[in-house]
Design a protein around this ligand. Sequence first.
Ligand code: UD1
Length: 370
Amino acid sequence: MIKVINVVGARPNFMKVAPIVAVMKKRPDRFEPLVVHTGQHYDASMSDAFFTDLELPKPDIHLGVGSGTHAVQTAGIMERFEPVVVDQRPDWVLVVGDVNSTIACALVCVKLGIKVAHVEAGLRSRDRTMPEEINRLLTDQIADLLFTTSTDADRNLIAEGIPSERIRFVGNVMIDSLINNLERAKQSNIKSRLALTDGTYAVLTLHRPSNVDNKQTFERILDALESIANSLPIIFPVHPRTRKTIADLGLSERVQSMKNLRLIDPLGYLDFLSLYSTARLVLTDSGGLQEETTSLGIPCLTLRENTERPVTVELGTNVIVGTDTDKIITAAMAALNGSSSNRVTQVPLWDGHAAERILDELEQYTPRSH
Ligand code: UD1
């Protein structure tokens, strides 16, 4: 029996772990999965809603860490996770993505001699001012098995001196969740609640510190949104960090006065999937949404200077537009006029079966005597 602690902490982790745990439950003779929630995200709309929507089993252990500075949050997770690992002695700890919970739990394990698997390894923005880039670099250096979503990630890892025996190109578990839930999401009534018709609106998400913590940058983005909102309504589910900075930066009045920019609370997985899957355009600084829009062929403008997911630009619908007002407007108009080049090619191994391949690899890697 292979005992695996599956770590979740922040919103983008839940849809990556859900398909892995679901497939583990289908192999009960080989896998004993536990779910540990660090508590990095804790609001009902940022956490609980995803367990329900994704049918992810309630956490076996909740560390209840909550928010804090990077040091406080990372150290808090480590302190609370270490005794869990000592007590449970898992064969593997599986961490996903690039959030503080990912590096914190990986670091605890490597010091205890517990094997770590990193799902979504090898992505690089080459921008070390992003906290996520530091989390990715360090987690990949210390994990035993590195599961990648695209072959550029394999190349990044090799270039950093990681032996190829530790790398497995398995595809994208986030797309497993998307494919598994697309039909269920059609039952969501979010579009009727917002009085929206398919293909007539844009969806916006914004939460990166580099965009929302800096007034000038945020204002440049708002200038662009003001212009784009003349063409179609923009639906904006607001991350708690962003809601706070809108108030702190004195931007509340401006944002509220933009009639066609519709601020709503963060949405659960199925409501959000229902919303963006029939959008005319997505504007975002999220990593996952760049992949999800590529998988569905929805035009996506990434409001960042770089991406750690170049495959979404090369094979998909993603355009990196940065935060320059004119560039954002020009790209949005090109997308709305259909004049942008929206190549939609199936990305290799983004086929809904990545979780199965991960488990096959874990089985092969773990001796049968278990
Ligand atoms: C974290 C991840 C980021 C990911 C994002 C998705 C790191 C370094 N960052 O950023 O990679 O894209 O999650 O959401 O791990 N807050 C609440 N309720 C919550 C959670 C957060 O109000 O449930 C507020 C708090 O004011 C908190 C702030 O949001 O201080 C930031 O939360 P934090 O977990 O530090 O980072 P995110 O910006 O969410």
